[in-house]
Write a protein that binds this ligand. Structure first.
Ligand code: ADP
Ligand code: MG
Length: 318
């Protein structure tokens, strides 16, 4: 199978008539009047972001999911995506499953694949996806938009992806039941991107938790020049973690990456509206703390003592 057959067979599906998809030198995107475009690109490298033997259907899903997560964290509605794929060889079974997982989510997200590039890379698989979303001007959920007195909210639950990853890496002993319960969070995340888009104009700052709650929340604090306190006992811990040592749970919940949930801030007066939007989108939301004047991130335990968090998140170059 040559490059052109591969593209035609696996990556050409119908696209909206007002745009132009796969098959020409460029795709064509028709901007909607009065809307601002949000763009993001993310790369997944074999051995770095995923295990070589990961289920290709789940990989296709996750590769797009992490990009949709960025759109949601900006308050943008998905519009279209592009896929650059670098493969050591043409494995049709792998491509079949990968493209199925990819398109299943793309169709659910109403985010057609308009083009891409396909090359050979002897070193391993590299997947790069570009997404474009749209939103009303001045409604983006900027990291710099947190305000003194804001509530800090989190969608979904924490800890499962990290506990799955640690077991797969051999950092902690594998328990079959625990791994089975935690693995979907790592391998098939469902970021609340529709809910994120609905927060545009309602919430202030937002970020998706890709590198760990502590590290990602710190990005908001730095950009917004404010401090935050989060309550340890309010953090939504994935039920699968029950029974694990407390220090391990805390570490995974505070610093574990690959979560793809949203952390956002909003004025306390918006709480009923946020609860209503979350219910409408079937998303679990928890108020985990608040923004205040000062610097840094504080984690308050049950005794209400303030702990300066020592843990960071995941940093590629640390
Ligand atoms: P060019 O050489 O002009 O860059 P290519 O031969 O790379 O064009 O690609 C041919 C067409 O197929 C283009 O429309 C491109 O966007 C699309 N395409 C290539 N690879 C992919 C892919 N992995 N997924 C979706 N579309 C792709
Ligand atoms: Mg090309």
């Amino acid at each position: 199978m040559n490059e052109f057959d591969l593209i035609k067979h696996f990556f050409s599906r119908s696209t909206p008539t007002y745009d132009l998809g796969v098959g020409d030198d460029c795709s064509l995107l028709t901007p909607l009047a009065g809307m601002q475009l949000a763009t993001s690109v993310d790369m997944l490298v074999e051995g770095q972001h995923f295990f070589s033997d990961v289920d290709p259907y789940l990989l296709g899903h996750k590769a797009l999911a992490v990009n949709l997560s960025d759109l949601g964290a900006m308050g943008a509605v998905p519009r279209a995506c592009w896929l650059a794929l670098s493969l050591p060889r043409v494995d049709t079974e792998w491509l079949e499953a990968f493209s199925e997982g990819f398109f299943h989510l793309a169709e659910q997200a109403d985010c057609p694949l308009l083009g891409g590039d396909t090359t050979r890379s002897p070193q391993g698989i590299v997947i790069s996806i570009t997404v474009i979303g749209q939103l009303k001007p001045d409604q983006a959920l900027l990291r710099s938009a947190a305000k003194n007195g804001d509530d800090i909210w989190l969608t979904g639950q924490l800890g499962a992806a990290d506990i799955a990853l640690r077991q797969l890496l051999g950092d902690i002993p594998t328990q079959e039941k625990l791994l089975a319960a935690c693995r979907p969070a790592l391998e098939q995340p469902w970021p609340p991107f529709r809910f994120g888009a609905s927060l545009a104009g309602v919430a202030h700052a937002a970020i998706d938790v890709s590198d760990g709650l502590v590290q990602d929340l710190r990005h908001i604090l730095k950009a917004s020049a404010c401090a935050a306190t989060i309550d340890l006992h309010r953090l939504p811990i994935a039920p699968a973690l029950q029974g694990l040592p407390a220090h391990l749970i805390h570490q995974s919940v505070l610093s574990g990456g690959d979560v793809f949930e949203l952390c956002f801030t909003a004025a306390p007066t918006q709480a009923p509206q946020i609860q209503a939007l979350a219910a409408a989108h079937g998303v679990e939301v928890t108020r985990i703390g608040s923004i205040h004047k000062g610097q840094g991130l504080y984690v308050r335990d049950e005794e209400s003592t303030r702990l300066a968090p020592e843990q960071g998140g995941f940093d590629h170059f640390s």
